[in-house]
Write a protein that binds this ligand. Structure first.
Ligand code: ADP
Ligand code: MG
Length: 690
């Protein structure tokens, strides 16, 4: 980026779209220069304004070069000192004996008496009136002085259009101050405005600004929704016959919740506009089965469905399930794996292109290749929250249009159709996020686990007790139970972690020679891995040592113990997912979380949360609290326009009001909507959501 010249306009240097945008460049905090403090009244640690006359100036050379000015406090003649370790000759020239200074800073007890080190100071004439407003301190960039920003803001406040974008009736109903009043107050509060209320952003003026920001977000989301309603999607009529046959083939009946969400999805699919639905359900609630039924609607109507998973392993798991369920109905399911090369790959791509493969399963990356679908009607994104923000944005931004996915229809008649989109996640969206960033999504919730699942007893143990755990494993497995031993796989250090799993396996084999112990990790060939998994499933292994591969979809009811090493390194969602792999059989299940010191404060809290909670919703809410919404969505790194002023958790009441007002304004006052968005999103930006 080109460096901006010093004399560029202030708004440009701050990266703002226009001078008007300075209105919303709000102070970080304030300094109170509205009254003089006597030296004897100054509190330690508090910045104050004092005044005095320079009586003496010297440049010391020891212990280091510095400037020391002696001043006498106006009105009392108590001496105090101004000390500067860095100074310019020009500054020195101002400090002649006899000049009057106003200094703002912290008074400290010094060697000779009270002193200020590097305060803000200026020369004043006698009886210069004090300002009657608090002095704003703005976010700034290197080399741009507060004074220049203050002047630029003051000028804009005089010239800009500060007319309210909220109709009076609505504003009065919410008891919020007018926009011009609010911004003027925040740029220049009076000493009577509580500094606390200003800092905690509870001041009515702050509430108005936060409301406006949330309103912007709500308006932009709703406009997005409308845009989607204008797009066309293939109408997928409900295929009763096929659905009945599919369900009849399942080894279990669907839960009530699965049936309910299926009806919700089918209703969406039968409309001529693209579905945007999130299917949310705790680990093990049976989302895959619902997804396969949705895919069946596409296939039954002569279209194709695509299933996208965040990792190859998860893609493989889904592929196997889809095949198991759909192939008996004569439906061809293909997998596109990164490892597939040459002929196999070309064959799969050809089947997708000519439509003979009705369902394709793979990772997102594969769908960005030159894969072309004959007639894609439904895109299913599994474990949606585990995709990177960029990928999710790409999927969401344009309603997952064919262009975005680099997949297209080859027949011209259908080329303007947008596929339906079904996203799935085991990480529930906390209410505040659901109302904001995800507000334009329809959500279906599977709020019921298949019968027979039992809560898992969770214990947190220091690594010092690892030997004890290993010893107890013997008795446990001798009684007929099976156990998982999980070594986390953290992407950045895949090799080291892989070694950790291999070492752990060797160690367990040495310590427990009478047990049958297998090893599974992501680097194994898929047939080797499948062999180990099947052996474990068949009860031919007592212990399965694994990297987090088992996080996805292994389903062994007889496994009732899970040991997780380095649990302190894992996120809450991941721990919850892993733990969901036990507790499926008749036996009481246990999860042991082994941690290694040093333990950060957040890691400590995470372990406590996972120990004390079984409900994925509660865990997600705590996760949000620990990480904040930006981190929660992985958005902080993405440059996603996050809220600048409002806080989703703290300002929930404003969020609800903003949602209602957005609906009313769009209905009754499109001109107000236009003006509001113009003010808040001058670049035509968007509150996209990931
Ligand atoms: P998730 O929602 O975590 O993706 P899965 O779809 O992998 O869960 O389902 C977990 C396990 O539960 C699978 O083995 C699946 O076959 C099984 N399952 C799904 N629905 C039911 C049901 N209604 N009754 C019993 N088992 C079910
Ligand atoms: Mg799943």
């Amino acid at each position: 980026m080109a460096k901006l010249a010093k004399e560029s306009p202030v708004h440009e240097r701050l990266g703002l779209a226009s001078a008007e945008a300075l209105i919303l460049h709000l102070p970080l905090r304030y300094e109170d220069e509205t009254r003089l403090t006597r030296l004897r009244d100054a509190q330690p640690g508090q910045a104050v304004l004092v005044e005095g006359i320079v009586s003496h100036l010297e440049i010391l050379t020891r212990p280091r070069r510095q400037l020391l000015a002696t001043l006498n406090e106006t009105g009392s003649n108590v001496p105090f000192y101004l000390r500067m370790l860095n100074f310019y000759p020009s500054q020195q020239a101002h400090l002649k004996p006899g000049v009057r200074l106003r200094l703002y800073g912290e008074i400290k007890p010094g060697f000779f008496g009270a002193e200020m080190v590097h305060p803000r100071w200026r020369v004043v004439a006698a009886n210069t009136p004090l300002p009657d407003r608090l002095t704003p301190v703005y976010p700034t960039v290197a080399g741009l002085s507060q004074l220049r920003i203050q002047n630029a803001v003051a000028a804009v406040l005089l010239s800009a259009d500060l007319a309210d974008t909220l109709p009076d009736a609505i504003r009065a109903g919410l008891a919020l101050p007018a926009f011009d009043e609010a911004v003027k107050r925040l740029h220049a509060p009076t000493p009577e405005d509580s500094q606390v209320a200003l800092e905690t952003r509870e001041h009515p003026a702050w509430r108005r600004i936060k409301f406006d920001e949330l309103l912007t977000q709500q308006l932009s989301l709703r406009l997005h929704c409308r845009e989607r309603e204008r797009q066309s999607a293939p109408i997928l009529a409900n295929m009763r016959g096929l659905t009945t046959r599919f369900i009849a083939n399942l080894p279990f009946p669907l839960t009530t919740a699965q049936k309910r969400v299926l009806l919700e999805i089918q209703a969406d699919l039968s409309r001529p506009h693209p579905m945007h639905r999130l299917l949310q359900g705790d680990v093990g609630s049976g989302k895959t089965c619902v997804a396969a039924l949705a895919a069946l609607s596409a296939v039954g109507n002569g279209y194709q469905a695509a299933v996208m998973a965040p990792t190859e392993i998860l893609a493989e798991q889904s592929y196997l399930k889809f095949r198991e369920w759909l192939e008996p109905l004569g439906i061809l399911v293909v997998r596109l794996a990164a490892a597939m090369k040459g002929k196999a790959r070309l064959q799969a791509m050809a089947a997708i292109a000519d439509g003979s493969a009705a369902v394709a399963v793979g990772t997102h990356a594969l769908f960005q290749d030159e894969v072309s679908f004959k007639s894609l009607a439904l895109a299913i994104v599994d474990e949606q929250h585990r995709f990177g923000v960029e990928q999710r944005l790409a999927l969401r931004a344009k309603g997952a249009t064919c262009d975005e996915l680099a997949i297209g229809y080859d027949s011209p008649q259908s080329s303007n159709l947008t596929p339906h989109l079904l996203m799935m996640s085991a990480t529930p969206i906390p209410r505040s996020l659901a109302m904001s960033y995800y507000a334009d999504l329809d959500v279906s919730v599977i709020d019921e686990l298949p019968p027979g699942r039992k809560p898992v007893a969770t214990r947190v143990l220091g690594s010092a007790r690892r030997d004890e755990v290993i010893a107890r494993l013997r008795d446990y497995c001798k009684s007929g139970a099976q156990a998982y031993w999980v070594c986390p796989l953290i992407e950045e250090s895949e090799k080291i972690d892989l070694k950790a799993a291999i070492d752990a396996h060797a160690e367990l084999v040495a310590e427990l020679p009478d047990l049958r112990i297998g090893l599974a990790h992501g680097r194994m060939k898929s047939n080797e891995k499948s062999a180990v998994m099947s052996a474990f499933k068949a009860g031919e292994l007592d212990i399965l040592v694994a990297t987090t591969v088992i996080e996805v979809g292994v389903d062994v009811a007889n496994a009732s113990l899970m040991v997780i090493e380095h649990a302190e390194r894992m996120g809450l969602a991941q721990l919850h997912q892993l733990r969901g792999r036990v507790g499926r059989g008749a036996r009481q299940s246990t999860c042991l979380l082994l941690y290694y010191e040093p333990l950060s404060e957040t890691a400590r809290q995470r372990l406590r949360i996972i120990r004390d909670n079984a409900d994925g919703f509660v865990i997600a809410r705590e996760d949000l609290r620990l990480r904040g919404p930006g981190e929660f969505m992985g958005a902080r790194q993405s440059g996603l326009p996050m809220l600048r002023f409002a806080d989703l958790e703290a300002d929930q009441d404003l969020l609800e009001q903003a949602r209602d007002v957005a609906a009313r304004l769009l209905e009754q006052d499109p001109e107000a909507v236009r003006r509001h968005l113009q003010r808040w999103l001058p670049r035509g930006g968007d509150y996209l959501h990931a």
